[in-house]
Design a protein around this ligand. Structure first.
Ligand code: NI
Length: 227
């Protein structure tokens, strides 16, 4: 009997050791990395009130990479809640076709996701998928002198101001933590975020409005540490 108990104890300890790197209920995992927001934008045309109207084919939005700060709390061994946070992203905006710089926008896209870890409670690679909610706060929009010049030439506008509405939408994601040693891992993750906004160009001779779906793919490459 004593031997059986010892064997059970050895098996239990071995099990604990095997699961030492496992994600378990109550764990925190902090992911830090290079997070890139790559817009897959779809912009309405910009109709300027000249006579006849001048139609520009919309805007394109460039990529930006910032420091991602991405904490996760394991609600159970298999379910986690993750917050995607980062230092502010700044994107160049161009007028499509015309080759004119429109300006730049800065945004914060915090995204809260419920995640499923199929290998939760087990040691080794930790793949996950998630779905969540995004709020994108767009601020500090700047008009480039090239757009200001074009608006002055076409409309006689002496002032121009760009603004984009904030967005609330859904997100989907997948990722994996690849174990290194101890509590460290490499993190690779991707999100698709539905970010739909309306842009306004206000000038002293009138306002032009058009819809812009930013809908970015977001990538993170970094490290993860389990507490
Ligand atoms: Ni969209």
């Amino acid at each position: 009997m004593k031997q059986v108990t010892s064997l059970a104890l050895v098996a239990l300890l071995a099990g604990v050791a095997v699961n030492a790197g496992a994600y378990e209920e109550g764990d925190w995992v902090l992911r830090l990395g290079a997070t890139t927001v790559a817009p897959d934008e779809d912009s309405d045309r910009i109709v300027l009130p000249t006579a006849p109207a001048t139609v520009l084919p919309g805007v394109s939005i460039g990529n930006d990479t910032q420091l991602g700060i991405i904490p996760v709390y394991m609600l159970t061994d298999n379910w986690g809640m993750e917050l995607l946070a980062a230092t502010p992203f700044e994107h160049d905006v161009k007028v499509k076709g015309a080759g004119i710089k429109a300006g730049s926008v800065t945004h914060l896209p915090p995204t809260l996701s419920l995640q499923w870890y199929p290998r939760g409670g087990q040691r080794g690679w930790q793949p996950y998928v998630g779905a969540g909610l995004n709020y994108t706060l767009i601020y500090d929009e700047d008009v480039d002198p090239q757009l200001a010049g074009a608006l002055e030439g076409l409309l006689g506008a002496s002032e121009a101001d760009l603004s984009l509405d904030d967005s609330f939408g859904l997100s989907a994601q997948a990722g994996v933590d690849i174990p290194l040693s101890g509590n460290w891992a490499i993190n690779l993750a991707v999100w698709y975020i539905d970010i739909d906004s309306t842009a306004k160009i206000r000038t002293d001779v009138g306002t032009v409005e058009f819809d812009v779906d930013i809908d970015p793919w977001v990538y993170n490459v970094g490290i993860a540490y389990r507490f």
